[in-house]
Design a protein around this ligand. Structure first.
Ligand SMILES: Nc1ncnc2c1ncn2[C@@H]1O[C@H](COP(=O)(O)OP(=O)(O)OP(=O)(O)O)[C@@H](O)[C@H]1O
Length: 275
């Protein structure tokens, strides 16, 4: 893929950012007897966006869901390995799942605001679940702050009481990002957040991601190579060959992954020769 795909501005890692580091160590995963991930290790650094790329079915979403303990919601699901958030395993016995999911938020493929709930209430909907209390005044400040960070404030500030479901798809996705930010996560996981959106809304979300990475560590699954090149500073290429479990073929700085990968399979994939 040509060098111009990688935005030079997105490569710089801000030295001042003191965010959280997420590290997956030797993660294997199963659905029943079907092993879908094989000893995957990856460090997702603070202050940067890590893109997970690879063909359909290679385990990217499963890996992402393991990073905030959502994988275990599937009855047949099992896993081995560790996920360290700032050095502490989120799967440690006695660890609180609610607190883990507060610290590691998730934005899904399809925008999922509460459609009948007001825009403002959508933003603060996660606070109750995590047991956080905010006064009425602080609540409105928080609503404004999160909508601003999600790049939606200017578009909705005059209609905060209108239902979230009345927004466009792209606005709904930014509302979901605002809702994730309200509980002050350390990490934000995004599973193909633009796949249901038009190119303009996609651009808008990408701009939001570029701004957010200065305050929250971001991990994004994307099928769009241009998007991976535009928004991420690090990339991991997943592959499941001939029915074998998914593994990481190669991971590293996005510029290297796109312009000078070590493994020929990475070059083939990022250049659109398969997948
Ligand atoms: N709930 C589930 N129950 C059983 N098998 C599952 C479940 N979810 C995923 N799988 C299987 O796990 C493997 C990895 O799926 P996963 O969705 O993680 O891949 P992916 O790389 O994210 O794919 P895509 O890019 O198409 O979203 C696939 O073989 C899939 O069929």
């Amino acid at each position: 893929m040509s060098e111009s795909l990688v935005d030079p501005a997105s490569r710089t890692v801000e030295p001042a950012f003191q965010g959280s580091e997420l590290e997956a160590v030797d993660i294997s995963a199963w659905f029943g007897k079907h092993k879908v991930l094989q000893r995957v290790s990856l460090t997702m650094s603070a202050g940067s966006v890590t893109a997970l790329i690879g063909p359909s079915g290679c385990g990217k979403s499963t890996f992402l869901r393991i990073l905030n303990r959502m994988h275990e919601l599937v009855p047949s699901a099992a896993l081995a390995g560790e996920v360290l958030l700032d050095g502490v395993d989120i799967y440690e016995p006695g660890g609180r799942i609610t607190e883990t999911r507060r610290r590691i938020g998730m934005v899904f493929q399809k925008p999922n605001p509460f459609p009948a709930m007001s825009i403002a209430d959508n933003v603060t909907a996660g606070l109750k679940l995590t047991g956080s209390k905010v006064s009425r005044n602080d609540r409105m400040d928080l609503v404004e702050q999160c909508l601003t960070k999600a790049g939606l404030w200017k578009e909705v500030r005059d209609r905060l009481k209108q239902p979230g479901g009345a927004l466009s798809g792209g606005q709904q996705q930014r509302l979901c990002i605002a809702r994730s930010l309200a509980v002050r996560p350390d990490v934000l996981l995004m599973d193909e957040p633009c796949s249901a959106l038009d190119p303009t809304s996609t651009r808008r979300i990408e701009e939001t991601i570029a701004e957010l990475r200065h305050e929250v560590t971001i991990v994004i699954v994307t099928h769009n190579m241009q998007q991976a090149a535009r928004v991420s500073q690090h990339c991991a290429f997943f592959l499941a060959e001939a029915g074998t479990p998914g593994l990481i073929v190669e991971a590293g700085p996005t510029e290297m992954m796109f312009n000078d990968p070590v493994d020929p399979r990475t070059a083939d994939y990022v250049n659109g020769r398969f997948g």
